[in-house]
Design a protein around this ligand. Structure first.
Ligand SMILES: Cc1ncc(COP(=O)(O)O)c(C=O)c1O
Length: 462
């Protein structure tokens, strides 16, 4: 216990006092209001770091698509560029040029046609990128509708998407007063139902969203089929039908692993594409990309000229100030890996996913929905005739005891009865880590099925 008397001595000795012997290490960290006094930086660091000790270990979190590993050189250059404000393109002209290089590289990966005038930007992630894509579709639809003399007060504009959409689309529709027309996924068709998509279309449809990677399962919508539907529709209708592709997870995976799959700007009616750089672009969270195939699909009123930072430069993004370090991290990966590096990393991740899928299938208890073939995601449910007295929630709990986070969750509308589990393999999930996971997975299944005694009391292991 420290008193006024020994405080002075303590302050004098601060540089040599061990952290856990220090006066400050006894101070409660501010919770609801600031403490009055400053604190030694090493002690502040240690106390906050310790507060975070009991959190999950991101490398063992198989629920997230977001990157949990980058090379030391990447984190070095990213931490050296935290101070750069990405929006300040006059002060950080070279950073702005690097952002544009990234846009060009991504446009090239998505087969943007050089004869068209593509335009794009970095964003915080796919959510912002999807919002921009959706917003541009709404504004462009309204211009077309006004020209055609449509009564804009008659009904809300609508957006068509499978029920397996990610929440950012619901947000967009709430924020911009758009009707979200969900096409329910069915048991046999776990992606957009292309047979019935036209039933949802009318003059107030701003566009259709195709998913290159449905969040729930990792499956792909049939984007080529959607494009054909639009092509046919547009031959006979004045109010045109276009596609935005939400390629949050597939956009920086498929071009390397399955380049012959046509899902991008090779298809005429794909007018914009978004992705997360922090998923298979292999950057830590906080980066996304959106590109329009031609400026004509991004209405002028969504491009803002900002002069007060010096110079007069256009900005498209919703956010204003943010660190440029994530853009630099993305460029580092592009420079460092090159096309073949990304290809090798992603192909190996896919091998790991397919290995896990095969091994889980061999247990004869699980029906595999996605075996990692298109995206390295393994998704499964318990077989109807599995005849076990535990659920995937129990399995998730049991895996968590060993530190693995693999949540179980129900499928969306109309399929809520089906409980699934999803393992997202990322670049840092090597074969050895996958084998450790598999061993824990099998032990958990055996213990739940009472085929094996519990190996003792264990808790959260990290
Ligand atoms: C299909 C899809 N769209 C959008 C998002 C949102 O991505 P972000 O977290 O980069 O904002 C996700 C995230 O998982 C997604 O899977």
């Amino acid at each position: 216990m420290f008193t006024e008397d020994n405080l002075e001595i303590e302050i004098k000795n601060i540089s040599s006092t061990p952290i856990f012997g220090s006066f400050e290490s006894d101070i409660s960290l501010p919770k609801e209001k600031l403490n009055n006094d400053s604190m030694n930086p090493q002690i502040a660091y240690r106390l906050i770091k310790d507060e975070l000790l009991n959190e999950g270990n991101s490398r063992l979190n198989l629920a997230t698509f977001c990157q949990t590993y980058m090379e030391d050189e990447a984190t070095k250059i990213m931490s050296e560029t935290f101070d750069k404000n990405a929006i300040d393109k006059s002060e950080y002209a070279q950073t702005a040029a690097i952002e544009q290089r990234c846009v060009d590289i991504v446009a090239d990966l998505w087969n943007a046609n050089k004869s068209e005038n593509y335009i794009g930007t970095s964003t915080v992630g796919s959510s912002e990128a999807c919002m921009l894509g959706g917003m541009a579709m709404k504004f462009a639809w309204r211009h077309r509708a006004e020209k055609l003399g449509l009564d804009l007060t008659k009904q809300k504009p609508n957006l068509i998407i499978t029920s397996g959409f990610q929440v950012c689309w619901e947000k967009l529709c709430v924020y911009l007063d758009i009707e979200l027309r969900e096409i329910p996924m069915t048991k046999d068709n776990m992606c957009i139902d292309t047979e019935h998509v036209l039933d949802y279309v009318d003059d107030y449809t701003i566009g259709i969203v195709g998913l290159l990677g449905i969040t729930y399962t990792g499956k792909f919508d049939d984007i080529e089929a959607l494009d054909k539907i639009c092509e046919e529709f547009n031959k006979t209708h004045e109010q045109k039908l276009y596609l935005h592709i939400d390629a949050a997870s597939g956009g920086l995976f498929t071009p390397f692993v399955n380049p012959e799959l046509p899902w991008d700007f090779r298809l005429n009616n794909v007018i914009s594409i978004s992705t997360s750089g922090h998923k298979y672009g292999l950057v830590y969270p906080g980066i996304g990309w959106v590109i329009w195939r031609d400026r004509k699909f991004l209405p002028e009123e969504l491009i803002f000229e900002v002069s007060y930072l010096g110079g007069k430069l256009p900005t498209i993004a919703i956010n204003f100030s943010r660190s440029a370090s994530q853009i630099i991290g993305q460029y580092y990966n592009f420079v460092r890996f090159g096309f073949n590096g990304y290809k090798r990393i992603h192909e190996r991740t896919k091998d790991v996913a397919m290995f896990l899928s095969r091994e889980i299938e061999k247990l004869d208890l699980f029906e595999i929905y996605n075996d990692g073939e298109n995206l390295p995601i393994v998704c499964y449910k318990l077989k109807d005739d599995a005849n076990v007295n535990w659920t995937l929630y129990d399995l998730a709990d049991r895996l968590l005891m060993r530190g693995w986070q693999v949540p179980a969750y129900p499928l969306p509308a109309n399929l809520e009865e089906t409980l699934i589990q999803r393992i997202v393999c990322r670049a840092d999930m090597g074969k050895n880590l996958a084998e450790s996971f598999l061993s824990d997975f099998k032990t958990a299944v055996d213990e739940l099925s009472n085929k094996r005694e519990r190996t003792g009391a264990f808790g959260f292991t990290h």
